[in-house]
Design a protein around this ligand. Structure first.
Ligand SMILES: *[C@@H]1O[C@H](CO)[C@@H](O)[C@H](O)[C@H]1NC(C)=O
Length: 108
């Protein structure tokens, strides 16, 4: 019980960084690495689509990526937008089904 409480506090306390701009997610997490790595992509996708747990690390993905998809990275600067576009192209090309499901859900 006690350890559960400690765990909850820990999870709530970390990564609850508030980003000034959505695009800053690209500076604190290597999203490109997540997109191109099978295990990481599956984990992040499950989190994003509420198909599985969001690990502490990916909570920020759940918070920010829906907005990024909807605005097409509207809050990003040039270098962040370049990463966004790389990732979108990569997903379109190699994981089109995942890409479409994410857009269907978040970018209507
Ligand atoms: C975009 O913003 C990030 C985070 O503030 C910064 O590290 C990066 O240098 C900026 N890039 C450009 C092209 O302004």
């Amino acid at each position: 019980m006690r350890s559960l409480l400690v765990l909850c506090l820990f999870v709530a306390g970390s990564y609850s960084v508030k980003l000034e701009h959505d695009g800053d997610i690209y500076d604190i997490l290597d999203i490109k690495e997540i997109v191109v790595t099978d295990d990481l992509r599956k984990e992040a996708y499950a989190c994003l689509m509420d198909l599985g747990p969001c690990s502490e690390k990916y909570q920020i993905i759940r918070d920010v990526i829906p907005r990024i998809l909807k605005t097409k990275c509207g809050d990003c600067n040039a270098s962040q937008k370049a990463i966004y576009e790389y990732n979108a192209e990569y997903l379109k090309k190699y994981h089109n089904d995942l890409y479409n499901k994410m857009l269907e859900r978040y970018a209507q």
